[in-house]
Design a protein around this ligand. Structure first.
Ligand SMILES: Nc1ncnc2c1ncn2[C@@H]1O[C@H](COP(=O)(O)OP(=O)(O)OP(=O)(O)O)[C@@H](O)[C@H]1O
Ligand SMILES: [Mg+2]
Length: 278
């Protein structure tokens, strides 16, 4: 814990409501993310976790509530303005450019921060080459950070699944986020890859100073790296607290295991939440 709980939140979602036709995906949800924290959003399938990340990045419209970034209301901003303000994400389903190399994929993230006027790209001016070189070096540094530098020139299609997940994180880091949102970064990873991922997420916070909010089903990972956890169930907040508080919260245990089993598990509720599965 980095003392983040005493600081103003980077992100504050209050009373968020999102509806898809008759489905109420978010029903008055609060989600505060303290600066310098690793904050988790967990809950059963369909609870509204991805929808909340989509609301924060502007991919879905909210019917009610507010989203503030560093105290400024961003609820009505289009997605690109939120990205420009430092909110960057990865997706639950991989979003890879399969016709590009690994490095080129990461460079698409770097282009947000290293820019040149279009005319320079058209006429291939010296400025264009300098900026492209800077973009390449910057992308390479992100690949190095996640341990994929040796695969920079490989076609993205040749990467194993675990490496693709890390490539996505490198691409998000290339955009120099202030707040990094990760949607199920450990999905499909084996235990060793998940441990490596956990260490990388910690280093993103500790070495880069980036605040991280992640959605995840892997409870070992969540309990290991999170400072704070919000639990969603059927679009509502079920609980908010530290990993230890969440592990012994009977309502959380019940949501994951069902009422009957929760009763058996209640004394040592820690194991219960691991039933989240994938
Ligand atoms: N674009 C959409 N159109 C209609 N319904 C949607 C849409 N996106 C999500 N939903 C519905 O909203 C609810 C919340 O979905 P969401 O994807 O946010 O859940 P989740 O917590 O991310 O689940 P999972 O753990 O399976 O990824 C679900 O009932 C889902 O079917
Ligand atoms: Mg989801």
């Amino acid at each position: 814990m980095s003392g983040a709980d005493v600081q103003a939140p980077v992100l504050a979602c209050t009373g968020l409501e999102v509806r898809f036709g008759g489905v109420v995906a978010l029903d008055g949800v609060d989600f505060p993310v303290a600066r310098g924290s690793i904050t988790a959003l967990i809950g059963p399938n369909g609870a509204g976790k991805t929808t909340l990340l989509n609301a924060v990045t502007g991919l879905v419209r909210v019917a009610g509530g507010a989203i503030t970034l560093n105290g400024a209301d961003i609820t009505a901003l289009p997605p690109h303005r939120r990205a420009a303000a430092g909110v960057v994400r990865t997706f639950q389903n991989l979003e890879t450019f399969s016709n590009m190399s690994v490095l080129e994929n990461v460079m698409t993230g770097a282009h947000r921060v290293i820019r040149y006027p279009l005319a320079h790209a058209l006429f291939k001016t010296p400025l264009y080459f300098r900026r492209e070189r800077a973009c390449r070096d910057h992308a390479m540094a992100q690949l190095d950070f996640v341990g994929l530098a040796h695969l920079a020139d490989a076609p993205a299609t040749e990467l194993a699944y675990g490496s693709l997940r890390l490539m996505e994180i490198a691409r998000a880091l290339a955009a120099q986020p202030e707040l990094l949102l990760l949607d199920e970064p450990a999905a499909g990873l084996n235990m060793k890859e998940t441990r490596t991922l956990g260490a990388i997420i910690r280093r993103i916070r500790d070495e880069r100073g980036v605040t991280v909010a992640l959605v995840e089903h892997d409870m070992d990972l969540i309990m290991d790296i999170s400072d704070a956890i919000t639990v969603l169930n059927f679009g509502r907040e079920l609980a908010h607290g530290t990993p230890a508080e969440i592990q012994r919260n009977p309502a959380v245990v019940a949501a994951y295991l069902g009422e009957d089993e929760a009763e058996d598990a209640a004394p040592g509720a820690g194991k219960a939440a691991q039933g989240g599965g994938r």
